[in-house]
Unconditional design. Structure first.
Ligand code: KIV
Length: 258
């Protein structure tokens, strides 16, 4: 049965850790579905890890809709969340229109970066579940760094997370903050916190699947744990294929029709 927003929230109350991963294609969506991770994120990291853009700002609504539809086709069990891309939620009207498009493409909920009270209210009033995102905000950050080391910045991040909860977000991502701040925010909220570089104290964790699998080699943040090195493995297989074709060893008898 498909996981719901209420189910995800009950996991926090029951002390169960929540798992979220990104997916951008059908086979990956099917794997995450079959492993039964709790949430799948069609994030705007799509722009960097799949589409080859310099940053997450270049991604368009058309890109997001295309990949949300693909992932939705492979998912029946996980709560599916899609990012509202940069500049797609500048006014309440635009935010609602784009959130509806993502929902119609198959997202169960949408996510946006930062504390934007009017925008958040408009989406939630429209009946679309919304996930917040505080700490490092890749769409607008001038630098990828740890946020909230200074007391004033930490206070602001915690206040933003509280405001998102008060406005009705069902959960929030907390990105790239010291683990003590991750714990503080988690303990102060009723809604689940999903950490990425925010320590083990968050209610759940999210990673970009291309980082976890070792498929993205442009840079690797400290918080990424590579559970596999698929880039190396794919290069090995492709090199092997190339050599066998060049040497006339493929196709062999077993892979030919007679
Ligand atoms: O786009 C993304 O990958 C994200 C992260 C929080 C995982 O928003």
């Amino acid at each position: 049965m498909k996981k719901t927003v209420e189910f995800i929230q009950s996991m926090k109350q029951n002390g169960q850790k929540i798992t979220m991963l990104t997916a951008y294609d059908y086979p990956t969506a099917r794997i995450l579905n079959d492993v039964e991770v709790d949430m799948i994120l069609v994030g705007d990291s799509l722009g960097m890890v799949v589409l080859g853009y310099e940053d997450t700002r270049s991604i368009t609504m058309a890109d997001m809709l295309h990949h949300t539809r693909i992932v939705a086709r492979g998912n029946t069990e996980c709560l599916l969340i899609a990012d509202l891309p940069y500049r797609s939620y500048e006014t309440p009207e635009q935010a609602v229109e784009n959130a509806r498009l993502l929902r119609d493409a198959g997202a169960d909920a949408v996510k946006l970066e930062g504390n934007k009270p009017e925008i958040v209210k408009a989406i939630i009033d429209d009946g679309i579940p919304l996930m917040g995102h505080v700490g490092l905000l890749p769409q607008t950050a001038d630098r990828f760094r740890v946020y909230g080391r200074k007391r004033t910045e930490a206070k602001q991040i915690a206040a933003d997370a509280g405001a998102l909860e008060d406005a009705g977000c069902f959960a929030t991502v907390v990105e790239s903050v010291p683990d003590a701040l991750g714990i503080k925010i988690t303990n102060s909220l009723r809604i689940p916190t999903i950490g990425i570089g925010a320590g083990a104290g968050c209610d759940g964790q999210v990673l970009v699947i291309h980082d976890l699998l070792g498929l993205f080699d442009r840079f690797t943040p400290t918080f990424v744990k590579q559970y596999a090195n698929l880039r190396k493995e794919i290069m090995r297989a492709v090199t092997h294929y190339k050599l066998e074709v060049q040497q006339g060893l493929f196709p062999d008898e077993d892979h030919s029709y007679h």
